[in-house]
Design a protein around this ligand. Sequence first.
Ligand code: NAD
Length: 492
Amino acid sequence: MHLKNLLPNYINGKWCPSSATESLQVVNPATVDVLAQVPLSPQEDVDTAVEAAAVAFSDWRRIPPPTRVQYLFKLKVLLDENLDELARTITLECGKTLKESKAELRRAIENVEVACGIPMLMQGYNLEDVARGIDEIMIRQPVGVTAIISPFNFPGMIPFWFLPYAIACGNTCIVKPSEKVPLTMQKVFELLEATGLPKGVVNLVNGAKTVVDAILEHPKIRAISFVGSSPVAQYVYSKGAAHGKRVQCQGGAKNPLIVLPDADMEMTTRIAADSAFGCAGQRCLAASVAVTVGEARHSFTDAIASAAQTRVVGYGLDEGVEMGPVISRDSQTRIEGLIQQGADEGAKVLVDGRKVKISGYEQGNFIRPTILENVNPDSSLSQTEIFGPVLSLMHLDTIEDAIALVNGGQWGNMACLFTSSGAAARQFRYEAEAGNIGINIGVAAPMAFFPFSGWKNSFYGDLHGQGRQAVEFFTQTKVVVERWFKDWSRQF
Ligand code: NAD
């Protein structure tokens, strides 16, 4: 029997009940109010969505790119008009502050804007006379049905690293949001519906692992974009590839932020605190390890400790709040356990944010900013993604030591340097093994017209999300070699 009062899926241009027999609660992480019930859709729902997307593909790919992007122009306007309501929904289900929710949506909208340039971005190239009288043309064609699987921490932005490019290139698409935060995509799909997109071009299937597995195995899905933790990214990448699909998987991170003694300490501390504790540390580009070099140790340590202690923690909808809760009670327990593990492995808990109660929200999943000083680089914690407002602090002697630390680990999502030396900045930019580099920047999030370039265990695949690389991912190249003569008999 189907369950009632569940969030619907959106398939073939219609809101339809999932055939799920199981569901999960969607919980506000600050108030622990239950916001909705999300269905754990079964494989049949994915099959129905894929069939709709496969049928829609044949017409959608024939619609000229300049016409296809008209739907994206409409979507951009609708997203702008509904930004406040969408931001509120993100804060309700995800916990971040309203300001952070709005910033995330602006990043989503940028991707829609960039994808509106598809008539230029999707062009191929050609050369006349590759041999006498023979011309060669490279064209880009859409790949077919595509799928997007997203994590909990940016419910409004991450699907947009892929969706606008996928459909602008002539593909059809199935989105599976995180089951922890499905409400934002419900609202986004209402807007997608309002653009008048033909039925079946975009589809929404709610659920968890069963939906992911059905996507990975479905023979008609040609491309999968995934963002989430590295173990799941690795699983999705290998299983999707084994089923013959192109797959791009962005994974977890542990991002170092290096502070040289010549950095502007006031600016550095402010930016480092925003990076480490913004979004309660639940950003794949959060600085989670701060490394001071030489004399930076003294001034930075005191200043970052003070920034951690004074950060205003509370409900993201309340005025003046700078940091919200973490996503769930499980997450809170896991993070507090990792803080204890750090202490057990020899680190000093310089600022301890555990066991906090926020007045009015006593049941919420709150942890205050925490700093673990002198985390041993050889300890298991130094390589573990905590994904909470916890900054590990280490002190080294030279920039070379710091770069060796950056390059010694398994992660490669982001590395940042704070300095006033161009030479040091150049050395770092050149040598650091990470795909996103910040120089006097604490969250080096590439704009929509640049790729989101994770490296090492932070990314599985070759083409990243956003910009030109997204266009390459969502198109397959076809090369035509062509010969035409007016009088064939005279040419041989
Ligand atoms: P997650 O891996 O638990 O879930 C991501 C998606 O995978 C969800 O849609 C979920 O339903 C699905 N999933 C979870 N377990 C699965 C399994 N066993 N089999 C198949 N599918 C499964 O990640 P999360 O907790 O939602 O998000 C946080 C993680 O995402 C962090 O590790 C963070 O660093 C990472 N992240 C990375 C980036 C990036 O750009 N590299 C961006 C945002 C978040």
